[in-house]
Write a protein that binds this ligand. Structure first.
Ligand SMILES: [Zn+2]
Ligand SMILES: [Zn+2]
Ligand SMILES: [Zn+2]
Length: 546
């Protein structure tokens, strides 16, 4: 975050419906972003100072990035909570130490504060002062949390947490009005959504999700350098190598499928970073084109408590690794686990994730996303890449950026701020000192997974997975490739559904067989989340006469 902030790359992620976000002008952009750079550098030296996290969070919200702001402010909250009171924790000691130094310096060197030097003149007085300052800071943190939740459109969280704030700060005059604001917003949103349900525009389930959650747009952040935005030649070559290893009849290509010609009042779009796959010889219907295995980047998780950690097959048998008593369905799965993801999670207590996943009823349940995130983080830790976004799997996945009509990333405080931070902590990562797992990294991982994961029900258990090779195939509404996930295996097998000529692009359908009974208008609406523009596959072009 302390890389240069580029104005040309500035687009807001906030999608607040009650106070629509406004982009800062170039002067304010420059001043807020330079503050962020300053705070980021300060955090590198003083990671346990909650005030700096709060200040950086405030700047991030003003710039229009509430998901990043909330991450910082939540860290500030964790620090303040650790620092307040007498409980002796390592973190609490670090916070008090950082704040003691700061408070002492403020009262002894800042002319505005020097008249109160006597209030810090003994260690006891100083300790008391530190507690006072931390309590004052806690109030500011909660105030900023409310602002962040509003900017992230989190109506449900805002209503819940403003009530918590009233309980926590009973003497504060400000929070009761937050509760009434939140309630009014909630009631208003509910009314609008109920009308949409009555009109048949959405079902009750979708209504509840929309009512309870907020959302942010997936955006490339202005401080992200090229290396985090495009898949370079080296990445492309490594995908080519994988294709060579697992397939004899198809190869990855730089695809032009997303390019559009200039239309009336519209510019031509050339998307250099679009990748696809094509047939390297004539292929007959039913032939396998490639098998993606865990070792080349296929990751699946599901809610089955008796499932194999590697491939989700159930039940497990007497196959295990020497490190612990976790069982697998086969020796192959046990080996894959020990080579790819098991070490960072071995003997760490992730029961809170598994317990939540066990009650999942749909493949889109957030608890499955949490399991997937944990797995992907563990894989990148084992790989030891310089940065998690550059791990072999994540570096290949693109998020849905830069679209005319981007789909919101569903967002709430528990699943998108608190849970990822808990996962990092359980993995033993220091969330305050390790900037390679900063909130922007977690959110970028989220955006990449969101755009590439596919849900599947295995047995009766909902699951979700990411497949590094499958993700390279583009979409068509009349696809020539389909896939299957065989049980008791982590393999995803892709096969042709009709004869394909050499050179033909191989495509799957991102909406599965559902698409077959939809009109072109319905399909294009459904696909908007992936493309951000109308699907331009052959079938859609034909049916829409465009
Ligand atoms: Zn297995
Ligand atoms: Zn183990
Ligand atoms: Zn189409």
């Amino acid at each position: 975050m302390d890389s240069p902030w580029r104005l040309g790359q500035y687009s807001l992620s906030s999608a607040c419906e009650i106070a629509p976000p406004i982009a800062l002008d170039s002067n304010r952009f420059a001043s807020e972003s330079s503050e962020i750079i300053k705070f980021t550098q300060l955090l590198a030296s003083f990671p346990y100072d909650p005030e700096t996290w709060l200040n950086r969070g405030n700047c991030l919200r003003l710039l229009g990035y509430p998901e990043l702001a909330l991450g910082d402010v939540y860290k500030a909250r964790l620090l303040v909570e650790a620092g307040i009171g007498d409980s002796r924790t390592v973190l609490g000691d670090q916070v008090r130490k950082a704040f003691r130094k700061k408070t002492y310096e403020l009262h002894t060197t800042d002319p505005a504060w020097m008249k109160w030097t006597h209030t810090v003149s003994t260690p006891e007085l100083l300790a008391q002062k530190v507690q006072e300052m931390l309590k004052r800071l806690e109030l500011q943190i909660w105030t900023e949390l409310m602002e962040g939740l509003m900017a992230a459109n989190c109506c449900g969280d805002y209503a819940r947490m403003s009530r918590e704030a009233v309980e926590k700060f009973p003497h504060d005059e400000f929070f009761p009005s937050e509760v009434s604001n939140a309630d009014a917003w909630y009631a208003q949103r509910k009314e609008v959504l109920m009308m949409a349900v009555e009109d048949g525009q959405m079902n009750e389930e979708r209504m509840t999700t929309t009512l309870m959650n907020g959302g942010v747009y997936p955006v490339p952040y202005p401080f992200m350098s090229e290396e985090f935005l495009v898949r370079d030649a080296q990445v492309f070559e490594s995908i080519e190598e994988d294709f060579k290893r697992v397939s004899t009849n198809c190869m990855v290509i730089r695809s032009t499928i997303r390019n559009t010609l200039a239309g009336e009042g519209e510019k031509a779009i050339t998307e250099d970073d679009c990748i696809g796959a094509h047939a390297t010889r004539d292929i007959v219907a039913g032939e396998t084109i490639l098998i993606d295995t865990m070792s080349s980047g296929s990751v699946g998780v599901d809610a089955d408590p008796a499932g194999c950690p590697t491939c989700c097959a159930s039940p497990v048998k007497n196959f295990w690794n020497t490190c612990c008593s976790v069982l697998y369905c086969s020796q192959v799965c046990a080996d894959v686990a020990s080579k790819t993801f098991h070490a960072p999670i071995c003997d760490r207590d992730f029961e809170y994730l598994y317990a939540a996943a066990r009650s999942a009823t749909a493949t889109t349940d957030f608890s499955l996303d949490a399991l997937l995130l944990m797995r992907v983080l563990a894989i990148s830790m084992v790989e030891g890449t310089e940065h998690p976004l550059k791990s072999k799997l994540l570096v290949r996945l693109t998020p849905a950026y830069g679209f005319k009509e981007p789909n919101l990333i569903i967002f709430n405080f528990q699943d998108h701020i608190q849970m990822p931070i808990s996962i990092l902590q359980t993995l033993g990562i220091n969330i305050f000192t390790d900037s390679s797992y900063d909130t922007w990294v977690l959110h970028t991982i989220k955006c990449r997974l969101q755009n590439n994961k596919h849900g599947q029900t295995l047995g009766d258990w909902p699951g979700t997975s990411i497949s590094g090779l499958y993700s390279m195939l583009n979409h068509s509404c009349s696809p020539n490739v389909d896939w299957r996930h065989d049980s008791a295996s982590s393999e995803v097998t892709m096969f042709t559904t009709r004869d394909c000529k050499k050179g033909e692009e191989l495509c799957i359908s991102y909406i599965g067989s559902l698409g077959n009974c939809m009109t072109v208008v319905e399909r294009r609406k459904k696909l908007m989340g992936w493309f951000g523009m109308a699907c331009r596959c052959e079938k859609c072009l034909e049916e829409s006469n465009v």
